[in-house]
Design a binder for this molecule. Structure first.
Ligand SMILES: Nc1nc2c(ncn2[C@@H]2O[C@H](COP(=O)(O)OP(=O)(O)O)[C@@H](O)[C@H]2O)c(=O)[nH]1
Ligand SMILES: [Mg+2]
Length: 286
């Protein structure tokens, strides 16, 4: 009995020693913030209390009316919510002449427009629109080649601290329906070998379009990205390696695309290889 009483006293003593001043200060600081900032902080507090994290999914799209609906529908919102994730989907449209925007609006996701053509420009616009309360950022194509159903597989290694960036690897995964021809395989093999050997990144698929980042990686990486087009993936991987981030791959599914590819194998290939060599000398202070 005596022992119990002592424990209670000790606990009470510990509580009273806690400085209460900081609560008031926090409150005053909170009031001095602008209304949007206050809302972000309030939302973050509520989420922190419930331990909910936020995933922002970026879908760069140029004429993807055929595949986009399936990509959006495939996002496992309920499953993600069950595991404690709130999800925001952002379609980045680039002067599409088909019904890409209509499809996105019908699905009720956020649509932003980027005037400057190119996947790189679109993605940079996407990065600028990632909300500050996001924890993880995902990028995938709007053509339904990559499966949005597999998002949780990319998030798990980030969540448990295994690494900072995950690339979805088609070569380690499941390639359906002859969707990856021999020419692409050869090019990918060369790029992947080069990146493994000279940038020490342990990936098995360099040309993948399925990425997952911890938000702080995107914050540090985004200002360094210059590519307007398809060299953006190699630019991101090489620069993230130089910034010292841990990058690994997980197996994913790759299907035949809906609609036409916007990649020009020769022209874009040259730009990608040039990026690979150029960034060997790149340092973060640039
Ligand atoms: N916003 C935007 N997206 C683009 C542009 N070019 C390609 N994309 C998107 O980037 C993704 C990858 O392009 P894709 O043509 O599928 O290239 P592939 O996967 O290498 O064959 C797709 O979702 C495209 O719609 C562009 O100029 N603007
Ligand atoms: Mg594609």
């Amino acid at each position: 009995m005596f022992h119990l009483k002592n424990t209670t006293m000790a606990t009470n003593a510990a509580i009273t020693v806690k400085p209460k001043k900081s609560t008031k200060l926090d409150f005053e600081n909170h009031l001095s913030l602008s209304f949007p900032d206050r809302r972000i902080i309030d939302r973050r507090r509520i989420r922190d209390r419930r331990n909910i994290k936020k995933i922002t999914i970026l879908l760069p799209c140029y004429n993807e009316e055929k595949g986009l609906g399936q990509v959006i529908d495939g996002v496992p919102l309920k499953k993600l919510a069950y595991f404690g994730y709130q999800t925001e989907i952002i379609v980045i449209n680039n002067n599409s002449t088909d019904h890409t925007v209509k499809v996105a609006q019908k699905k009720g996701v956020k649509v932003i427009s980027e005037k400057k053509q190119g996947k790189g420009n679109a993605l940079k616009a996407g990065f600028r629109n990632v909300s500050s309360d996001t924890d993880y950022v995902i990028m995938l194509d709007g053509d339904n080649t990559y499966k949005s159903e597999e998002i949780l597989r990319l998030i798990e290694p980030l969540e448990n601290g295994f690494c900072d960036v995950i690339l979805g690897s088609r070569l380690e995964g499941k390639i359906n329906d002859c969707s990856f021809n021999s020419f692409h395989r050869l090019g990918n093999w060369f790029l992947t070998f080069f990146i493994r050997r000279f940038y020490s990144v342990n990936t098995t698929d360099t040309c993948t379009g399925y990425f997952a980042w911890k938000k702080q990686v995107v914050d540090e990486l985004a200002p360094h990205i210059k590519s307007s087009g398809f060299a953006i993936e190699v630019e991101m991987i090489t620069k993230m390696a130089k910034l010292g981030y841990k990058i690994y791959s997980v197996p994913i599914t790759y299907d035949r695309r809906e609609g036409h590819s916007k990649l020009s194998p020769i022209l874009d290939g040259i730009k990608i290889v040039w990026m690979l060599f150029k960034n060997l000398k790149w340092r973060p202070q640039e």
